[in-house]
Design a protein around this ligand. Structure first.
Ligand SMILES: [Zn+2]
Ligand SMILES: [Zn+2]
Length: 301
């Protein structure tokens, strides 16, 4: 397809995951028919390679490659509500970040437009590891990928998740690391995906020149963004300027209303954009146009 005809881009989805094994082309074609582009995001070496293969086959698909902090350690992962209602259970494989492997994917394809998803995840804590070691290994992995993004001139796709009990400060930690990079003059372009921090945290990211992307959870009943804040996600969306917002699905997770409970897919990114328009009191067209421009600027596509 002619990418000049795109109306929206789903800036973060995982159609490279095994959840789409039997319907990958159908899912991409439904998005394409609806003038929607896809940025397919890897979480480890195998899904990063699949993201690139997918991007090479379709004009309107691009790839982000990297190692998710969850894949540093082998552990059982249970998800329920977050995954569109269906119970997801998998065993993550422990993987070491190999810069040569990711470097070779970048060399192989101009469709690689970013590094990630990477960052810090304090939600899934293995029981058999010292929490301090757990955090410092995640931080080390994140810094390696920030460096790679900077050196290769690619966008950084940042993942952040706090512990369920509010005992961690993931945004404080990510901001500290990124501020170090800025001080060193090595700060890449980037996006904080599935943003669900406070308005103050949002402002700190915007000060670093980053974009914030929002996903299907904007269509859910608004909840407090943290146990320590009175703000809801809708308050945060009202406060963030459209000029710095991006839309995504994070499919197969976080399916937006009215499809909640079904498997998510990139074509549903329109419901995310429509809800943001409603919350901000804007025309949907304006949200489509501006988030499309932001996504193109971020990934240089
Ligand atoms: Zn993520
Ligand atoms: Zn993701």
């Amino acid at each position: 397809m002619d990418t000049a005809e795109l109306q929206l881009i789903d800036a973060h989805c995982h159609v490279n995951f095994s959840a789409y094994r039997d319907e990958l082309d159908d899912v991409i074609e439904r998005a394409t028919d609806d003038h929607i582009g896809l940025v397919v995001v890897g979480s480890q070496s195998s899904t990063s390679r699949r993201a690139v293969e997918c991007a090479e086959r379709y004009d309107n698909v691009w790839a982000v490659i990297g190692l998710h902090p969850l894949h540093l350690f082998e552990q059982e992962v249970d998800e329920s509500e977050e995954k569109g209602g269906e119970l997801v259970h998998f065993r993550s494989r422990a993987e070491v970040f190999d810069p040569n492997f990711y470097g070779s994917l970048i060399d192989r394809s101009p469709k690689v437009v970013g590094i990630g998803e990477c960052g810090l995840d304090f939600y899934h804590v293995p029981t058999d590891i010292d929490p301090l070691v757990f955090r410092s290994r995640q931080e080390e992995l994140f810094r390696l990928q920030v460096d790679l993004a900077f050196e290769r001139g690619l966008a950084l796709m940042i993942h952040t998740r706090n512990a369920a009990d509010g005992s961690t400060d993931v945004h404080g930690d990510v901001l500290r690391i990124l501020n170090d990079c800025r001080t060193d003059g090595r700060m890449p372009r980037g996006d904080v995906h599935c943003f669900s921090g406070t308005t103050a945290e949002a402002e700190s990211y915007l000060d670093l020149g980053l974009y914030l992307s929002f996903t299907g959870n904007v269509t859910y009943k608004p909840r407090k963004v943290s146990p320590n804040s009175e703000e809801t996600l809708h308050d945060v969306i009202r406060s963030v300027p459209l000029e710095r917002m991006i839309v995504e699905t994070d499919a197969p997770y976080l399916t937006p209303v009215p499809h909640r409970g079904e498997k998510n897919e990139p074509a549903y990114v329109r419901f995310v954009a429509d809800k943001i328009a409603e919350i901000k009191g804007l025309e949907p067209d304006e949200v489509y146009r501006r988030t499309l421009k932001n996504t193109r600027d971020l990934f240089v596509i």
